[in-house]
Design a protein around this ligand. Structure first.
Ligand SMILES: Nc1ncnc2c1ncn2[C@@H]1O[C@H](COP(=O)(O)OP(=O)(O)OP(=O)(O)O)[C@@H](O)[C@H]1O
Length: 270
């Protein structure tokens, strides 16, 4: 594997990550044991940013795969391609990660079909191997390889959940939206708006998060607060910025929109 191939997956500059508890130390210990990790928490609460930060801190390349229901095992492992010289094998992202000793982050693994999910099993126990069945090759994972998956417990139904035999191959860390002060600092830092305005955005999010399960499937994520802050920083009038990022993406229900708009109007006036 060429050096360049490894270099292209390195996180070159320190990502901004504000730790909320002792997750950095716990993850470091898990990495030392090469323990597969599951990050649980709602969308947009900082899981991907955390993995990027840890990859940077541990100086490991990072390969991220956004999983979806159409994804097949070949999308992860690799496939034969046809070109003018005949057939040629191309490694998938999981295979590349296992070969080069990267951290492989499978985002929203639960979206993938179960026949796709099971291919990670031999990589996540003492075997640390990956069979490339179509190619007839068995890869032994590089000693620095680690598998990380994310999982949003809110979305799961009986039809879509990880099997216990998959879940019980991972250590897990719970993530949630950061505490008010931390989230305010994150929004201010990420967007360049002042702390007072960032604080108002966070207050709006708190009101919306109370509506989860009472008409809203998910609360307003930290990611959406960052979007709102970015627009405000670009000079967009705050009420319009909030409607565009904190209300419209979340729901189509007119009553719920009105409730959210009322929350926005409590903190910002047009
Ligand atoms: N602790 C944190 N430190 C710094 N930034 C954060 C933190 N938590 C959230 N953010 C901000 O929130 C944004 C969304 O976080 P991220 O992309 O990590 O979400 P996620 O939990 O991985 O979501 P998904 O499950 O949808 O992929 C980040 O781009 C970053 O701006």
């Amino acid at each position: 594997m060429s050096k360049n191939n490894v270099e292209q997956y390195k996180v070159t500059s320190e990502p901004f990550y504000k730790s909320v508890e002792d997750e950095v130390e716990l993850y470091e210990a898990a990495y030392k044991a090469r323990m597969p990790m599951m990050l649980k928490g709602p969308t947009g609460c900082g899981k991907s940013r955390f993995v990027e930060y840890m990859a940077w801190k541990l100086q490991r390349p990072l390969i991220t795969v956004a999983c979806n229901e159409d994804m097949t095992a070949s999308d992860l492992v690799g496939r034969f391609l046809l070109d003018k010289d005949g057939t040629r094998w191309q490694d998938g992202p999981l295979t590349t990660a296992a070969r080069i000793g990267a951290i492989c982050y499978l985002d929203e693994i639960v979206e993938a079909r179960q026949d796709t999910t099971v291919i990670i099993h031999p990589l996540t126990d003492h075997r640390r191997t990956l069979p490339l069945e179509k190619k007839g090759e068995l890869i032994e994972a590089h000693e620095d390889f680690q598998l990380v998956i994310s999982y949003n417990p809110g979305y799961q139904s009986l039809m879509k959940d990880l099997k216990q035999s998959t879940k019980q191959r991972f250590g897990a860390l719970d993530f949630d939206y950061p505490l008010e002060k931390d989230e305010t600092d994150i929004v201010a830092q990420e967007t360049g708006i002042d702390v007072e305005t960032a604080g108002k955005l966070v207050q709006i999010a708190h009101r919306a998060r109370n509506l989860k399960g009472h008409g809203l499937d998910e609360g307003i994520s930290t990611r959406l607060l960052v979007y709102a802050g970015q627009l405000i920083n670009k000079g967009v009038e705050p009420v319009s910025a909030c409607i565009m990022t904190l209300v419209t993406p979340l729901t189509d229900d007119p009553d719920m929109r009105e409730t959210l708009e009322a929350a926005v109007n409590t903190f910002f006036v047009k």
